[in-house]
Design a protein around this ligand. Sequence first.
Ligand code: SF4
Length: 644
Amino acid sequence: MSISSERNVGDILIIDLTREKVVKREVSPETVKRYLGGRGFNSKALFDMIPGRIDPLSPENVLALGNGTFAGTALPMTSRLHISTLSPLSGILGDGNAGGEFSAMLKFAGYEQIIVTGRAQKPKYVFIEDDEVEIRDAEDLWGLTTGETVDWLRDEHGDEVSVAGIGPAGENLVRFATTMVDKYHSGARGSGAVWGSKNLKAIAVIGTKGVEPADPERFYEMAKEDIDYFNRNEFVKRIYSVIGTHYGLIQWYPSWKYFQVPLSAEELPIGLRPQDLAEYEVGRTQCFSCPLACKDVYYLPSTGEYGTASEFESIYALGSNNCVTDTEAILRMEHMADEYGMDVMTLGDTIALARLLHEKGILSREELGGVSLEWGDAEGQIELIEMTAYRRGFGNKLAEGYRNFAKLYGEEALAYCYDVKGVNRGWYEVDFINGIFTLSHATSTRGADHLRGRSWAYWENDKLMDIEAVRRMLEADLPDYRKDPVGALIYGERACTLADSLGRCKGSINSWLQAVPLVWKYPVFKGTAMLLTAFTGMEFTEKDIIDATDRIYLTEMAFNVKQGIKKKHYDVKFPPEFTATERAKAQVRRHWELVDEYLRRRGCDVETAYPARETLEELGIGYVADEIEGKEFPEWDGPVREVA
Ligand code: SF4
């Protein structure tokens, strides 16, 4: 094996904030082969280090920041930072990844992953400059927004520094606070509150060492092919790089009034159309080594601020789902969420749920303490966002986040909470015919999610991008979702796990063709195997890749078993008005048939949803079975709280 920690795979930094100690540990070649990097490294660390059900905001929780394997290289879209923890929003695995420059910088400094444990006595930040790692006082930084934090650290350490950290929402333990990278790049599911609970404001990194593949000529030859593919792709040129993800507004039926009406392109109100957003655009920006530049930079005349990335999810969640159509107000809310460090989807969905509960009389006027929950009230929503970030008044309840918020108002409120394992589903259609969309939310190891498997098995975005490549993929060994939804979903989950472990962006409109390197040219995982071989100097086969993704996924399932997840938590929830219909009952029957088939094909016990020992041993992780087999864990009902 010719992997070298000095050349292409860095060390792991373990930062113990309680003792203010930093330890560096080498990564073995075997670990790279078995877990690839990024999400794979993080999920293994969480399984190994978190014993069972604990309060996610206690010092026992672990925060893992992992580079993808190819971070810092010229292979396009591969410098995402994966951030994983026990989520204070859901109480199960919570992870997400963010773009920007941090992941590349960390790699250039010589590190593959940062693991943070314990809790500092006072606010701290970590400064990394190649081999030097220091835990420093952050009392001057505490209270600053994410943008102010980056500016402060750049004044202190120079403009080249890259920063991951939190804003006021993370400090105030808002359960859907995010980790923000370089001001505008967000990793969701509540990791920001874990930083806050540890008194950790930011990590600033400067790296100067570079990365050298084992076979640079071969690696960069393939990387260039991949870059050229995106540079000549007409859809990238006309849509991704011009409009970005809010192209979805005319393709994905954004929901109106808390998921009540899906809006077609013709029904989009003035203010929510891509051309309305374009009026505020003053430039475009991108993450490290990305030729796509999917993110717009917008200017807000009313406040004189600049923001970035008006994505589909933020426009539907803060806009249409709350009946808000004032374009500038929506952009301002999006920018506020970035500056305070909050996830826009959970923020918007929680506010929309509050409006619905108020309309139905479940949430009384007295509860609100004078704030407005009228549909479409943009100014009131701006006030609510600020109150949430600082946990003021009614904002203190919204800060609990979606299902935890609904729980405050009892079963009647929970009936309108369309979550999976504590995470809001966001907009989705009821996919009656083949069930794959619903199934993919249920099987996601981080709760409801559209980026854990579904998109890759659904094809609609790939067809827009390159119909010929899709035909070739279908002719290879990819299951067709219409005939074999479970097979297609498992392939999709493997692709997402791979993308998150390599550090590859799953793309501005969610496409296989972006997420799996060279898939437009080679059978599904072959291009990745060739790239990994050239990069690490170790021989990778397609089977190695599939086994690694399954190892990671089943480790995540086992982690959630330890958090009390049972088979019943693979359910789906529909609006109460729909649940009683024959159509819904048939959909639910179909769903549970697919869940059973999914568990069988994943090698899990169909009754308990525990990964089976035999499957885990085949993947070389029998130790995972030792921790869960024959054990009963208290049933999950959201995050544990040390103090109720
Ligand atoms: S497609 Fe967009 S989000 Fe993804 S790496 Fe490129 S610029 Fe970043």
